[in-house]
Every structure is written in structure tokens, then in C-alpha cells.
Design a binder for this molecule. Structure first.
Ligand SMILES: [Ca+2]
Ligand SMILES: [Ca+2]
Length: 157
């Protein structure tokens, strides 16, 4: 009987370890997210930082993931727009997630966006406060959201 109880405890520990995100990262579904609201970077710098953490600039697959991130942003209340991992830098109006180069399957553009204002808006943001999507000049220094798989080795957008 004692052996069985010990086995159950060990089993629980294994489950806990494989379902936890790193400290400071938030779990939703099969991903972990890190929202950086103080250390602002341009889109390429933010992308590089996420990659240095074995992640990528967040790629939003569906309504549920989008609502989760909006809820976190309302709570954290960043004071600038927030970079996401979408871009049309390779081909104007062809929006893809830089992580996979797959086209958007879901979008949440603000009214009138993407407008490629000034002919130079190629990177995806959440608008501060509204948290609807906008295209913006990639060189803007903004907050950003990184994402990485909950289970390393699985590729999940
Ligand atoms: Ca553009
Ligand atoms: Ca725009």
C-alpha cells in the first residue's frame, strides 16, 4: 500500500513539472506568454528577445487566445502599443505570423486597419487601450508579447 501511495505522489510531481510555465510567464492552452510592458523595443528587437528565450513574438491563432491576451493587457495596462508577431514586410497586404510564415487564420483589426499609413506600416500591434489590431512602422519602440510552447519540442502557433 505504501508503495502505491509513493507512486501516486511521484506521478503527480511529474504532471506538475510538465504543465508549468517558466517564472514570469503565463499559461493559456498549450502556450506560455511573457508580456513586457516596460522595456520597449522595436519589432525586430522584440522578436530577437523572444527568440533568445526560446520563444517567438506572439502568434494569435483564434478568438480564445486573442481574448486571453486582451484580458492580460487590460490588467497590466501598458502605456504604449504592444507588438505581436504578425508582419507583411515580405509582401504588402499578405499578413503572416513571422514564427511560421503562415497567413493569419484569425484577425481582430481595428476599423480601417491595416492602412499601411505613409506606406511604411509592416508590423502588427495591439492598439494601447483598445487592444484591437493595427499595423505600425516596425521601428517604433513598444511593449511586446512573447509566446512559447508549454511542452518544449512541440511546435504550436
Ligand atoms: Ca504594410
Ligand atoms: Ca495602421
Amino acid at each position: 500500500m505504501k508503495t502505491i501511495i509513493l507512486l501516486v505522489i511521484e506521478w503527480s510531481c511529474v504532471i506538475y513539472e510538465t504543465t508549468a510555465c517558466d517564472p514570469g510567464w503565463m499559461q493559456h492552452g498549450d502556450s506560455c506568454y511573457f508580456v513586457e510592458i516596460h522595456n520597449h523595443k522595436h519589432w525586430f528587437g522584440a522578436k530577437r528577445w523572444c527568440e533568445s528565450q526560446n520563444g517567438y513574438l506572439a502568434a494569435i491563432a483564434n478568438y480564445d487566445e486573442n481574448e486571453f491576451l486582451k484580458t492580460q493587457l487590460r490588467r497590466l495596462a501598458p502605456t504604449v502599443h504592444i507588438w505581436l508577431g504578425g508582419t507583411d514586410i515580405a509582401a504588402e497586404h499578405n499578413w503572416v505570423w513571422a514564427y511560421t510564415w503562415e497567413p493569419f487564420g484569425f484577425s481582430d483589426w481595428n476599423t480601417g486597419e491595416p492602412n499601411n499609413a505613409g506606406g511604411q506600416e509592416d508590423c502588427l500591434t495591439y492598439l494601447v487601450g483598445l487592444y484591437l489590431w493595427n499595423d505600425l512602422w516596425c521601428g517604433s519602440e513598444l511593449a511586446y508579447i512573447c509566446e512559447k510552447p508549454l511542452h518544449p519540442g512541440l511546435l504550436i502557433g
